[in-house]
Design a protein around this ligand. Structure first.
Ligand code: NAP
Length: 241
């Protein structure tokens, strides 16, 4: 990862924070885009001897994203990798799901991936690079109460494969990671009974940690993943296979 620059969206906490810190551990420079404060995370990353910068960015707004991406290239001199990780849920059965719930989740989870990739790829065309999009087990198998979320995450997979086909010959690899149940604030709100049921269904008999996802993202952006593109890697303890 030495001398590389990676943007991690939603990198101020949870899975994104783990990804940002692990890539920095491996020597990569990091730009974090998030709507919550990520200054502490960036300070912790700098302690690892790499460069890091926090950008308060709503990734669902194209113009804001474009400005921040341009600043990353100006500040760091290049852009090698993009990890589209920011995401939200507004879980409800379809009958109770409001139009705003649908629109918001699609905008934050799916349009953001278009926004960041479109803004970043112009720069990556010069150097080649790697893009990793964080999808979800819900995007590959569906989930009760998550019609909007699952649709956004399935959309990410179609987007991933299309962009992988479009830019493969320009040296840009594009892959998706589909995590199962990972312990973060996003899953904190799930009730104990549902967690217990999920736990029983996981062959590896443990919930996932943010680092389980970070390790796979590192593999994909590093030279170890150099012949992989258009792929969706499940990181779910066997919950879906
Ligand atoms: P998290 O703890 O909620 O972290 C997500 C981060 O993204 C938060 O800091 C969040 O800020 C930020 N974010 C939300 N909307 C944003 C926006 N418009 N612009 C910029 N940043 C924004 O979630 P996580 O569990 O780490 O999940 C990370 C990714 O993995 C998500 O895409 C999620 O769908 C996916 N995933 C998670 C799991 C799991 O079990 N945790 C499973 C499968 C897939 P706010 O706090 O303001 O929302």
């Amino acid at each position: 990862m030495k001398d590389t620059v990676t943007i991690v969206t939603g990198g101020a906490r949870g899975i994104g924070e783990a990804i940002a810190k692990f890539l920095a551990e491996k020597g990569g420079n990091i730009a974090i885009f998030d709507i919550i404060d990520g200054y502490d995370v960036v300070e912790a990353i700098k302690q690892k001897g790499v460069e890091a910068k926090f950008y308060k960015v709503d990734v669902s707004e194209y113009k804001v994203v474009e400005g921040a991406v341009d600043d990353v290239v100006k500040t760091f001199g290049r852009l090698n990798n993009l990890v589209n990780n920011a995401g939200i849920t507004t879980d409800k059965l379809l009958i109770r799901m409001k139009e705003e719930d649908w629109d918001r989740v699609i905008k934050v989870n799916l349009k953001s991936v278009f926004n960041c990739t479109k803004a970043a790829i112009r720069h990556m065309l010069k150097t080649g690079g790697s893009i990793v999009n964080i999808s979800s087990i819900a995007g590959v198998m569906g989930n009760i109460g998550q019609a909007n979320y699952a649709a956004s995450k399935a959309g990410i997979i179609g987007f991933t494969k299309s962009i992988a086909r479009e830019y493969g010959e320009r040296g840009i690899r594009v892959n998706a990671v589909a995590p199962g149940f990972i312990k973060t604030q996003m899953t904190d709100t799930i009730d104990e009974k549902t967690k217990e049921e999920m736990f029983r269904a996981i062959p590896l008999k443990r919930l996932g940690e943010p680092m389980d996802v970070a390790h796979v993202v590192y593999f994909l952006v590093s030279e170890y993943g150099s012949y992989i593109t258009g792929e969706v890697i499940n990181v779910n303890g066997g919950l879906y296979m």
